[in-house]
Design a protein around this ligand. Structure first.
Ligand SMILES: [Zn+2]
Length: 157
């Protein structure tokens, strides 16, 4: 390996990024070549100094701008987005409407099945019949007047 090839690989050599055979060849050349060894030492000094520097903080809006740029590249703006999205919106709308209709029908059916049966009307009717029969059997109006039976006054008939 000549000096040019070695000096092109010095940074990778110092970072231990070279494959095993290249790493060995660079190390052997630097051991024998004073010029490349001097180049390697200065490069190592620069790397140490840079390593001591604090990494600069990104700007406040860097993350938002980065995400926006990535999203712009991942999803380029569509010219006919309305036409391309319409089938999806239509499907979603139909699905939502059918679900609501199903829930309404189910609610109606379940409510009709579980509604308690009220028997107030027949009971009141029977009570009226009993009262009328008692008035007939006594033969007088409880209020002392003539027995008056007004069947039409029963609101449930
Ligand atoms: Zn050399």
């Amino acid at each position: 390996m000549n000096c040019k090839a070695v000096q092109a690989r010095l940074s990778a050599y110092l970072d231990k990024e070279l494959p095993g055979n290249e790493h060995t060849a660079v190390r052997a050349h630097v051991f024998d070549c004073a010029s490349c060894r001097e180049e390697m030492d200065s490069l190592a000094t620069i790397k140490q100094m840079l390593g001591r520097c604090a990494a600069p903080e990104p700007a406040e809006c860097f993350e938002e701008r980065l995400i926006a740029n990535v999203m712009r590249q991942v999803e380029p703006p569509r010219k006919h987005w309305n036409f391309q999205f319409r089938p999806a919106f239509t499907f979603a709308g139909i699905a939502a409407c059918s679900m609501v209709a199903t829930l309404l029908v189910l609610q109606f059916v379940l409510k009709a099945d579980s509604a308690p049966v009220t028997q107030t009307t027949p009971d009141r009717s029977i009570a009226f019949d009993i009262q009328r029969d008692q008035i007939y059997s006594v033969g007088t109006d409880p209020m002392g007047g003539i027995p008056v039976i007004n069947v039409q006054s029963d609101p449930n008939r």
